[in-house]
Design a binder for this molecule. Structure first.
Ligand SMILES: Nc1nc2c(ncn2[C@@H]2O[C@H](COP(=O)(O)OP(=O)(O)OP(=O)(O)O)[C@@H](O)[C@H]2O)c(=O)[nH]1
Ligand SMILES: [Zn+2]
Length: 207
């Protein structure tokens, strides 16, 4: 998987100033971004988030999912720690793209759940391939992560390409009446770990 570093710049945000690193995935032309703060190449576990693009949640304030809330919480957590990395992966709609996600939402408006809708459209429930992260992490010198996620597939994928997951930290934010069914389906069919734990209650080593 060829993912090439293009350029870095500063990115000031409401939580602090990150360094923004741009990467190009050669095979698809997709442009991925990593935001880092502090020294992430010292070999110590880095507070990290693999965030899959969700235009509706991240940029358009949708309440159908929890993505925008998770994005904000992750950036704030990294800024609070003064060190970390957020990989913003262009994997819209769990890999099916924005137009197909809108088609899937239309089916969900008619009663399908998020997995059934993907399958009715002829897609797998989750088409993401996290292999693109490896060259980006290598470029940044990140060898171990304290991963902000509820998704066990991300933990397995990272371990599968040889990066340590020193800790898994739950990231549960933004639950509301519009996304309650979606979150229940993620827990029931996709294995997301969405218990009642809050981030502050996480035990070290809870991978
Ligand atoms: N196909 C499809 N994609 C969706 C839907 N809702 C959100 N997404 C996409 O799902 C991705 C986010 O996945 P999630 O399952 O919410 O979270 P995750 O990244 O797997 O896990 P966490 O790390 O715990 O957040 C983004 O790419 C969203 O665009 C939906 O109903 N259908
Ligand atoms: Zn979303």
């Amino acid at each position: 998987m060829t993912v090439t570093f293009v350029a870095s710049s500063q990115l000031p945000t409401q939580w602090g100033t990150f360094t923004m690193h741009g990467f190009l995935e050669e095979a698809t032309g997709k442009e991925h971004v990593v935001l880092t703060m502090g020294n992430v190449s010292d070999g110590q576990p880095v507070l990290g988030r693999l965030h899959s693009e969700c235009l509706t949640g991240d940029a358009l304030f949708s309440l159908r999912c929890d993505c925008g809330f998770q994005l904000e919480a992750a950036l704030k957590a990294i800024a609070d720690e003064g060190r970390g990395a957020l990989l913003y992966l262009r994997q819209e709609g769990r890999g099916i793209g924005l137009m197909n996600k809108i088609r899937a939402y239309h089916l969900q408006d008619g009663g399908a759940d998020t997995v059934e809708a993907n399958e009715l459209l002829g897609f797998g429930a989750d088409q993401r391939d996290y292999g693109i992260c490896k060259p980006m992490l290598d470029h940044l010198g990140i060898t171990s992560l304290k991963l902000l996620t509820n998704n066990p597939r991300k933990v397995k994928a990272i371990q599968g390409f040889g990066v340590e997951v020193a800790q898994r930290l739950p990231l549960q934010f933004g639950k509301n009446p519009h996304n309650a069914k979606y979150l229940a389906t993620k827990a029931g069919k996709l294995g997301h770990m969405l218990g009642q734990l809050h981030q502050a209650e996480t035990e070290p080593g809870d991978v």
